[in-house]
Design a protein around this ligand. Structure first.
Ligand code: SDX
Length: 426
């Protein structure tokens, strides 16, 4: 096949390079489109447009494949830990035992946050959504470390470790503030996920015992969320970083993008949807009809995906864990979720549109089993996705052809006209 694409416009034919990725994906390189043709491409939501080349994560939406730097997500979940995946994404290699131990120590040494940050938690309303708090305190970190250039290559590792180490502390403190309990300081004697659970659920007047099964389940959930190509929040981090804003500000912007119910906020909406069915006594059929009704803004949360037109491989992993962790449980929401999923997968509307369960459909059920409140589900997603955001930002910053993100548009407004005096306006 030729490595040239030809675009015919009227009598003119324009040639543009065709490029191919390592997994056989092909793209028309339109970086010179406007120069050679005067034309721009329009692609609302970028469903057909790549914003970058990347070697971090590959997804095959038709086959339901996901791998990180070549390692299939199923094998990663079976053999790795979340911090090992962080290392793989950040430094493009699986760590040796020595490298992993050093990385874990660096993270463990950085779990404390500047004491003044506590004032943020006092200033927000008690019922503030934790994602509002999280994005604010993460951005504030740039002020505490403003004398270091987080964009400088030799500061990257330090800044990346700082963010990965401190996010669980900042997240747990948002939860503690929302329930009026004392903030719990991190414990460097515990592993990453055990430490987070202790900060979430321990209280000063009682001895806390970590539930290792739950810690393992949560560590796997963090791994399953670690990176996902150019999703909305990763693209946001790249776009903000492309202006050379610092890494803290870029990650804070990613947290805000993830908050949306169509993206990372979906896991919270799934639980609210399941709870709504349970409490309203509504039927699965009624729920599906609402999701199919174009006159209704309701969507089946946790279903559908811009890329996956097959089962989300992460949903497969979580579904199996869900059934194992909740085997024998009488959680009515699990039963509703199972019936809803089975019915949707047999419904022509969902079949025709290739709408399958995505990672958010099941993750909330495990968070709920661990005791994490619904409005903290998207915060869990943010902790998991953080190494992906940082890796995407670093890959963009290391690109010698990096340019500030500034898309074009097609103007459809009024053409030039004289400015009327106010006395002559209708
Ligand atoms: C995540 O990008 C990533 O990788 C994201 C993510 C990651 O790890 O970063 O995987 C995490 O965000 C998962 C998605 C979580 N969001 C939800 O579960 C919310 C519910 N899903 C939808 O809102 C929707 O499926 C999206 C937002 C996920 C994808 O939207 P698209 O690609 O823009 O799809 P679309 O709106 O063009 O839908 C195509 C058709 C439309 O119907 P028609 O106009 O063709 O008749 O499918 C319908 C849509 O109305 N549709 C749904 C639906 N999702 C799509 N109808 C009912 N319920 C749904 N959930």
């Amino acid at each position: 096949m030729s490595n040239i694409a030809e675009i015919k416009v009227g009598e003119q034919t324009y040639q543009l390079p065709l490029i191919e990725g390592s997994e056989g994906e092909k793209a028309i390189d339109i970086r010179k489109l406007r120069a050679v043709s005067g034309l721009v491409a329009l692609d609302e939501g970028f469903a057909n447009t790549g914003g970058c080349s990347s070697s971090i994560t590959f997804i095959d939406g038709e086959k339901g494949i996901l791998h990180h730097r070549g390692y299939p997500i199923e094998q990663v979940c079976d053999h790795a830990s979340f911090l090992e995946v962080c290392y793989l994404l950040l430094f493009d290699k699986l760590p040796t035992q020595q490298e992993l131990s050093e990385f874990k120590s660096e993270v463990s040494d950085n779990v404390l946050v500047p004491e003044e940050i506590k004032n943020f938690y006092k200033a927000f309303p008690r019922d503030a959504h934790p994602m509002a708090l999280l994005s604010s305190v993460v951005c504030s970190l740039s002020s505490y470390y403003q004398h270091e250039d987080s964009n400088a290559p030799d500061h990257f590792r330090k800044t990346a470790v700082r963010l990965i180490a401190k996010l669980p502390t900042l997240a747990a403190w948002a939860y503690k503030t929302s329930i009026g309990e004392p903030l719990v300081y991190p414990d460097s004697n515990l592993g990453y996920t055990e430490n987070f659970l202790k900060m979430m659920f321990s209280v000063p007047n009682k001895t806390y015992q970590t539930n290792t099964d739950m810690a393992k389940a949560l560590d796997k959930l963090f791994m399953l969320h670690a990176d996902h190509e150019q999703n909305c929040s990763a693209t946001t981090v790249r776009v903000v970083g492309s202006s050379e804003a610092n890494l803290y500000a870029s990650v804070a912007a990613g947290i805000c993008a993830l908050w949306g119910p169509l993206h990372g906020g979906a896991n919270q909406k799934v639980l609210e949807m399941l709870t709504g069915i349970k409490e309203s006594g509504g039927t699965i059929a009624e729920c599906l009809e609402m999701a199919k009704d174009k006159g209704n803004s309701f969507r089946l949360m946790g279903f559908g995906h811009r890329v996956y037109k097959n089962f989300d491989p992460r949903a497969r992993v979580i579904k199996a864990d869900c059934e194992k962790l909740l085997a024998g449980s009488d959680d009515p929401l699990l039963k509703i979720a199972k019936n809803l999923c089975d019915s949707a997968l047999q419904d022509q509307y969902f079949i025709d549109r290739k709408l399958y369960p995505n990672v958010d459909f099941y993750s909330g059920l495990i968070y709920r089993a661990i005791g994490i409140p619904t409005d903290m589900f998207t915060v869990m997603f943010a902790i998991g996705r953080l190494p992906g955001w940082i890796s995407q930002w670093k890959e963009m910053m290391d690109n010698p052809e990096r340019r500030i993100a500034r898309p074009r548009q097609i103007y459809t407004g009024a053409t030039p006209r004289d400015f009327p005096p106010i006395s002559q306006r209708g």
